[in-house]
Design a protein around this ligand. Structure first.
Ligand SMILES: Cc1cc2nc3c(=O)[nH]c(=O)nc-3n(C[C@H](O)[C@H](O)[C@H](O)COP(=O)(O)O)c2cc1C
Length: 213
């Protein structure tokens, strides 16, 4: 039974672009066949606590004797790791917040990126290797080559580093640029390009959901 793990992190529950695009991915995935199932984790509605201790960055056998983890925190970490390991495909809504990702999504990353469990440290542990992950990065501005803010996107590079380089996942990035053009008067001339970007993202996630499903 193919399973999708669908994560959202936008704090906008009414007009979020990333939520709309990840929902479209999820819908197309679900349409592939009745046995395609979806687990939806909303990291904004149901936020994870920050890591209660740095000991949780390490596999239990790599912790020092004074590093103690409470059983409930250990159980939550295991649930989150099991959820992503058992998924066939992952889709992540990752709006740009202050040139990076929402802290709610960063908290999830801190739980699942664990040397000795999900990344190799003293052995070849890499259970997420090759698993497809689709990141939907919605941003108010634009950051492509040749734009004034090129080089200041710290959201996509962070996700590429953690999900792709460290965890070894097969990463697909879908960008939606200039989402603030409908809100910021000075950006009004950019509305058509913003629409084009959203249209392209809509098509891209539908293609990916069908292909990865
Ligand atoms: C807390 C916060 C910080 C933001 N920081 C940035 C930023 O650094 N750069 C940017 O281009 N847009 C920024 N924005 C705009 C969002 O990236 C944009 O509204 C995007 O569409 C949010 O995704 P969503 O529509 O899924 O909520 C910020 C928005 C919020 C709420």
């Amino acid at each position: 039974m193919p399973q999708l793990l669908h994560l959202d992190s936008s704090a906008d529950l009414n007009n979020s672009v990333s939520r709309a695009v990840t929902a479209h991915f999820s819908d197309v995935w679900h349409e592939q066949s009745p046995d395609h199932s979806v687990i939806h984790r909303d990291l904004h509605r149901d936020p994870l606590p920050h890591l209660p201790t740095s000991a949780m960055h390490w596999a239990p056998h790599l912790r020092t004797p004074d590093e103690v983890v409470a059983p409930d925190a250990e159980a939550l970490q295991k649930t989150l790791i099991d959820e992503v390991v058992s998924a066939d495909v992952v889709v992540i809504g990752a709006p740009m917040y202050n040139w990076s990702v929402p802290s709610t999504l960063k908290a999830w990353i801190d739980y699942v990126h664990v040397p000795g469990v999900t990344v190799p440290f003293d052995g070849p542990t890499r259970p997420l290797e090759g698993k497809p992950v689709v990141v939907v990065s919605s941003r108010g501005n634009e950051y492509g080559a040749g734009t004034p803010d090129f080089g200041t996107d710290h959201a996509v590079p962070l996700l590429q580093q953690v999900l792709g380089t460290a965890l070894g996942m097969d990463l697909f990035v879908v960008l939606v640029d200039l989402t603030l053009s409908t809100r910021v008067p000075g950006m009004a001339p950019l509305v058509p390009r913003s629409r084009d970007s959203l249209d392209a993202a809509w098509v891209a996630v539908a293609d990916l959901a069908a292909r990865l499903g």
